[in-house]
Design a protein around this ligand. Structure first.
Ligand code: NAP
Length: 409
């Protein structure tokens, strides 16, 4: 087993100039293979990513992979769940990819994934949700779902402050709230969820930048502002402020369109109350394209949408800040299947596709997406999809990767 960072090189780094990413043709990317089924899906993913670069760019573009440790493997080797080395390397190279990590039980760290997001201030959790033809799905028209969710990743319940029922803090707060004219039952636990202008605006900005760059038709601000006006409602107002002050030439609000303005290819900005959004995403998902939302709404919406198109096994994700970005499988370590070459590597492979898009290596990401879709269409799938399909061929994790690679040629 490898104990140290491999192939570390000082050249080949992603850098930024005036907020724009600069990617050398031969770039070094740190990876965390992950725990449980992580090594299986990472091996398959690396193979697919390298093959796509080779096919698309004939050696002109290349990744030099740097292994960094986290999770169980890091603990076994270094007695540290998240070593400083790992953090330094990710900070230095700026773009990383990771498999799933075990959440230490009874340790000081609540979740390594949450820790990584907080340490690097990765404030946008981005989850594209798209249907691949042939994947068994629970809804009638899963192909109508084609969304990208931008979920705020640092505030709301992620920085929620809680006090236990009967604690001196809870009692003090209840007293304080009474002095402000609010009656809270004395046997209550208390939770506070902060949502700031700064945090909301930078998340909304990321969503609008993406919508402009990717020529999307709309951005929807999803909130619960009818009930929580100064947190959820304010998130929505701040989103509109960013749209109007920073993207005025690219957008029209739904209200402006309703008053007769012609969209003429502009991005329509609207907002929806979260509960309404859930039913609309089931009844007419084709009307939505990019969603920007606070943390908790985004948590529920991302998984609900992923379920609509066939589940978490193929749902990719990225956590992105101003410069640092970590691409990751959205499912957990599925430890009962560890080292069986069995599980679906789709989530991590498609996270790699997001990483290529982020690096501006679109030719390689398109190649993988087409090959991935083609493999599923051929019904050559891992156990999770095979058990739900008729006449499908069951393949192992590594075989799935090989078929995707063969489909690229
Ligand atoms: P999980 O690892 O996601 O597994 C739950 C179930 O989802 C599996 O039993 C399997 O279903 C299915 N599944 C997961 N990954 C799959 C894949 N690649 N292909 C096909 N099916 C897949 O959730 P968990 O059992 O609750 O969590 C296990 C560990 O992972 C915990 O330590 C948890 O903290 C951690 N975790 C990490 C992350 C992360 O790193 N991002 C996220 C969530 C959880 P079947 O049993 O039906 O086959």
């Amino acid at each position: 087993m490898s104990t140290e960072i491999k192939n570390k090189t000082d050249a080949l780094k992603v850098t930024f100039k005036d907020g724009k990413i600069i990617v050398p043709n031969k770039v070094a990317i740190p990876f965390i293979e992950g725990d449980g089924t992580g090594p299986d899906i990472w091996k398959a993913t690396k193979k697919v990513l390298d093959a796509a670069l080779k096919t698309a760019y004939k050696g002109e573009k290349e990744i030099s992979w740097i292994e960094v440790l986290a999770g169980q493997k890091a603990f076994d080797i270094k007695q540290d769940w998240l070593p400083k080395d790992t953090l330094d390397t990710v900070r230095e190279y700026k773009v990383a990819i990771k498999g799933p990590l075990t959440t230490p039980v009874g340790g000081g760290i609540r979740s390594l994934n949450v820790a990584l997001r907080q340490i690097f201030d990765l404030y946008a959790c981005i989850r594209p949700i798209k249907y691949f033809d042939g994947v068994p799905a629970p809804v009638k028209n899963p192909e109508k779902v084609d969304l990208v969710i931008f979920r705020e990743n640092t505030e709301d319940v992620y920085s929620g402050i809680e006090f236990k029922r009967d604690s001196s803090e809870a009692k003090k707060l209840i007293e304080f709230l009474k002095s402000l004219g609010h009656n809270v039952r004395p046997d209550s636990g208390i939770g506070i969820k902060p949502i700031s202008e700064f945090g909301s605006k930078r998340l909304a900005r990321k969503a609008f930048e993406y919508a402009v760059k990717s020529k999307k038709s709309s951005v929807t601000l999803v909130h619960k502002g009818n009930i929580m006006k100064y947190t959820e409602g304010a998130f929505c107002e701040w989103g509109y402020e960013v749209a109007k002050s920073e993207f005025r030439n690219n957008i029209l609000t739904e209200e402006e369109v309703n008053k007769g303005s012609q969209p003429n290819g502009k991005i329509i900005v609207n907002d929806r109350i979260a509960d309404n959004m859930f039913q609309q995403l089931l009844s007419r998902p084709e009307q939505y394209s990019v969603i920007a939302t606070p943390n908790l709404n985004g948590d529920y919406l991302s998984d609900a949408c992923a379920a609509q198109v066939g589940g978490l096994g193929i749902a990719p994700g990225a956590n992105i800040g101003d410069e640092i970005a970590i691409f990751e499988a959205t499912h957990g370590t599925a430890p009962k299947y560890a080292n069986q070459d069995k599980v679906n590597p789709g989530s991590l492979i498609l996270s790699g596709v997001m990483m290529f898009d982020y690096l501006g290596w679109d030719k390689a990401s398109k190649l993988i997406l087409d090959a991935f879709a083609n493999t599923i269409k051929q019904k050559k799938v891992t156990y999770d999809l095979e058990r739900l399909m008729t006449d499908a061929t069951l393949v192992k994790t590594s075989e799935f990767a090989d078929i995707v690679i063969q489909s690229m040629i």
